[in-house]
Write a protein that binds this ligand. Structure first.
Ligand SMILES: Cc1ncc(COP(=O)(O)O)c(C=O)c1O
Length: 396
C-alpha cells in the first residue's frame, strides 16, 4: 500500500503556485508585462558579479576532482570555516567550523534543525503570520506544529498567547525574522523578552526549549537598519540560513545551520545533522556550490530595489486607505484586505490583473501578501490598477 499521508497531501493545493500559474496563463493572453504578478518570492535581481566570477574562476582553474567530488558528510571544511569567520566578525559570535552544517537552503536547514532537538510527538510553536512550508518541515518529523496567534499591531510576538500555549511537551520554538509574509523585523526588545520566556520555560519544565531561527532574509533590511542577530539573545539557538535571497541563488540550494557554541549539546548537534542527513538522503549541497559561496560569504546582490518597491507600495496602500504595517525588511508586505474574506478580495483583484495572495495559509486570514520582488517599473504601473480596483470595488 502506498503512503496515505503523502497521498493526502496531494489534495491540498498550494495557493501561491496556483496564482503564479494563473499569472503565467494570463500573461499568454495579454503579455506578461501587463500582469501585476505579486505571487512568488523569487528574487528579481541577479547574483552578484563576485559570485559569477568565482564560479568561472573555479571551473577554469581548480581541480575538477575537488569541485565535483563528494562533499565530506559534514560539509566542505572551507565553507564551514568561512561561514564561522563571517558570523563571528559580523555578529560577535564564537563559532568554529564544527558548529556549521551546510544544507540545501533554509528548507534543508529547518528540516535538520527541527529533527536534531525534538523527538516524535513533541510540539513545536511558531508565530503567525508564518511561512506555510513549516507545516511539512515540522509534521514530516512526526511533530505537531502549533501557531501562536498574531500580534496584529506590529507583527512582533503576541506574548500573552505564547505564554498560554507553552507547556512541558514544547521542545522548540520556530521563528522567522525578517518575516515572510509580514516583512516585520523582530526588535531587540522582542528577542530579549522571548529569550527570558524560553529560559523560564526551560527551568519550569526541566528541559531546554530550543529556539530555531529561520533567517533567509537577514540581509534584506531597510532604512539603514540591521536585523538583530537572534542567536545573541538566547544560547540554545540553531540559526537556519540560506543564500537563496541574499545572493539570489534559490535554485542552487545552499544554506546552513549554525549551532550556538553555548547551546546544550552544541558539540554533537552538527554530527547529528550528518546522521539526520543520511536518513533524509540529503547528503550535503553540491561541492561546487559550497566552494563557490565560501569564496564570497560577505557578498550580496544589489538588494536596493526591494526597498524602492517597499516605499512605492507602502505609500500607495496607505494613501488608498489600506491598514498595513510598514515592512522593515524582506520583499513582502501584508496589508489588511478591504473585506473580511481575503480569498474573495484576491479573486476580485484578478479582474484588474493584480495577482495578490490571500494570507489565510500564512495564519493571517483577512490579510493578503504582495511579494514585491519584481521590476520597479511594474510596481509603478501596478499602482493605477490598484487604485481602480480599490475605488471601483470598494468605493475608497
Ligand atoms: C521564511 C522562509 N523560510 C524558508 C524558506 C526556504 O528557503 P530556501 O529556498 O532557501 O530553502 C523560505 C523561502 O521562500 C522562506 O520564505
Amino acid at each position: 500500500m502506498i503512503n496515505e499521508q503523502y497521498e493526502r497531501m496531494l489534495g491540498a493545493k498550494n495557493i501561491i503556485r496556483v496564482l503564479s500559474e494563473f499569472a503565467t496563463e494570463r500573461g499568454r493572453e495579454i503579455g506578461y508585462d501587463n500582469v501585476f504578478d505579486y505571487s512568488l518570492g523569487n528574487p528579481s535581481v541577479p547574483a552578484p558579479e563576485a559570485f559569477t566570477k568565482e564560479m568561472i574562476r573555479l571551473l577554469e582553474e581548480e581541480d575538477p576532482m575537488a569541485l565535483h567530488g563528494y562533499s565530506p558528510t559534514l560539509g566542505n571544511p572551507l565553507f564551514k570555516e568561512r561561514i564561522a569567520e563571517s558570523l563571528n566578525r559580523r555578529f560577535g559570535m564564537n563559532y568554529t567550523a564544527g558548529h556549521i552544517f551546510p544544507t540545501t537552503g533554509a528548507a534543508g536547514a529547518v528540516a535538520h534543525a527541527v529533527r536534531a532537538v525534538t523527538k516524535p510527538g513533541d510540539r513545536v510553536l511558531t508565530f503567525a503570520p508564518y511561512f506555510p512550508e513549516y507545516n511539512p518541515y515540522v509534521t514530516g518529523a512526526g511533530l505537531t506544529l502549533e501557531v501562536v496567534p498574531a500580534d496584529r499591531e506590529a507583527f512582533q510576538i503576541n506574548f500573552d498567547a505564547f505564554e498560554e500555549m507553552l507547556g512541558d511537551d514544547v521542545a522548540a520554538v520556530l521563528i522567522n525574522t525578517p518575516n515572510n509574509p509580514s516583512g516585520a523585523v523582530y526588535t531587540e526588545e522582542t528577542l530579549t523578552r522571548l529569550a527570558a520566556m524560553l529560559t523560564d520555560a526551560s527551568k519550569k519544565y526541566g528541559h531546554t526549549v530550543f529556539l530555531l531561527s529561520d533567517e533567509p532574509y537577514r540581509e534584506i533590511v531597510f532604512d539603514g537598519m540591521a536585523a538583530p542577530y537572534v542567536s545573541k539573545y538566547y544560547d540554545h539557538t540553531l540559526s537556519c540560513y540560506s543564500f537563496s535571497k541574499s545572493l539570489s541563488l534559490p535554485g542552487e540550494r545552499i544554506g546552513y545551520v549554525a549551532v550556538n557554541p553555548a547551546c546544550e549539546k552544541a558539540e554533537v548537534i552538527v554530527p547529528m545533522c550528518g546522521q539526520i542527513s543520511r536518513g533524509l538522503g540529503h547528503n550535503c549541497p553540491p561541492s561546487l556550490i559550497q566552494i563557490a559561496v565560501a569564496g564570497c560569504t560577505d557578498a550580496v546582490s544589489d538588494l536596493s530595489v526591494y526597498e524602492t518597491n517597499r516605499n512605492l507600495l507602502y505609500e500607495a496602500l496607505t494613501r488608498l486607505g489600506y491598514s498595513v504595517v510598514k515592512p522593515g525588511g524582506t520583499f513582502y508586505i501584508l496589508p489588511k484586505a478591504m473585506e473580511e474574506d481575503s480569498v474573495a478580495f484576491c479573486e476580485k483583484a484578478k479582474d484588474y490583473d493584480l495577482i495578490l495572495v490571500p494570507a489565510d495559509g500564512f495564519g493571517a486570514p483577512g490579510y493578503f501578501r504582495m511579494a514585491y520582488c519584481i521590476d520597479t517599473d511594474k510596481v509603478r504601473r501596478s499602482i493605477p490598477a490598484l487604485e481602480r480596483f480599490t475605488k471601483e470595488v470598494y468605493g475608497c
